[in-house]
Design a protein around this ligand. Structure first.
Ligand code: SAH
Length: 257
């Protein structure tokens, strides 16, 4: 049996109760060492086998799954944040299905939720935007033409960019070309929920400078664990409407006028 588990964005207390239980019971844990907090492995059984997938290719991971099945062992495949986003779990699940190995998924707190908490904002404000676009800039991994940042920009929704820390110039250009005003509020959240979390408040046209400043400040030079958030909803000064859900005059199925 293989359990895909979302480890959360960094803070070891942000894994689910269920996810932690699965780690405690696992015979084998394969974790994504580049982003998952290794603190979480402290609850493993003393005899548990632990692998860091940072040093493994897909075939090596699959081999561990296969050997575990033969030995009747339980595997936790620990992914950062929530595994449904940029987790590369589909290829693992398809292979497991083909081999007749059982698997399930325990969701996690994604870093985009961790980042919203870090900036203390709501992504969906009534009267401003009701949409969050989760995407990435095109780097070595291609992005379909229909999802070019300049095309997605037309909506001027709240946008959260993953895996794009080295592409900030491109993001600025394409989002401005697509119609976001140059002074659209933006935040770069480095290492959300980790002890060295950093939030840089800026505007769309100055996003690359936020990275330069952070790079100068950070001794570890690790700029990649960052999310770029763009949109009017994250500005303190943005005028929004109050929610209908809690409006005294608004009848819901739970509450009469
Ligand atoms: N499944 C993960 C995302 C994996 S892709 C999730 O749900 O969060 C890896 C990218 O996620 C990084 O390049 C970075 O953009 C982002 N990321 C992961 N953890 C982060 C954190 N604690 N703070 C900021 N960005 C993070």
């Amino acid at each position: 049996m293989v359990h895909f588990v979302g480890a959360g964005p960094g803070d070891p207390e942000l894994i689910t109760v269920k996810g932690l239980k699965l780690i405690k019971e696992a015979d084998i844990v394969i974790y994504a060492g580049s982003l998952v907090n290794a603190e979480l492995l402290k609850v493993c059984k003393s005899e548990a086998e632990i692998y860091d997938s940072k040093d493994m290719n897909l075939q090596e991971v699959l081999k561990v799954f296969e050997e575990a099945k033969e030995a009747g062992k339980t595997v936790v495949r620990l992914h950062t944040g929530d595994p449904s986003l940029y987790g590369a779990i589909r290829e693992q699940m398809d292979w497991l299905k083909e081999k007749g190995i059982e698997y399930d998924i325990c969701p996690g707190v994604s870093s985009f939720s961790g980042a919203a908490a870090a900036i203390r904002k709501e992504y969906t404000l009534p009267g401003v935007t009701q949409t969050v676009i989760i995407t990435r800039a095109e780097g070595r991994t291609p992005v379909p033409d229909k999802e070019k940042l300049s095309v997605l920009a037309a909506h001027q929704a709240t946008m959260v960019l993953f895996l794009s820390a080295t592409l900030s110039e491109k993001i600025r250009e394409e989002l401005i070309a697509g119609g976001y005003p140059v002074d659209t509020p933006a935040a770069v959240v480095f290492r959300a929920t980790w002890p060295d979390e950093e939030v840089v408040w800026t505007t769309l046209d100055k996003i690359p400078e936020a990275f330069q400043r952070e790079e100068a400040r950070r001794a570890d030079g690790n700029m990649k664990q960052a999310l770029i958030i763009v949109g009017r909803a994250i500005d303190d000064k943005t005028v929004y409407e109050y929610s209908k859900l809690y409006d005294r005059e608004f009848v819901t199925c739970y509450r009469a006028r």
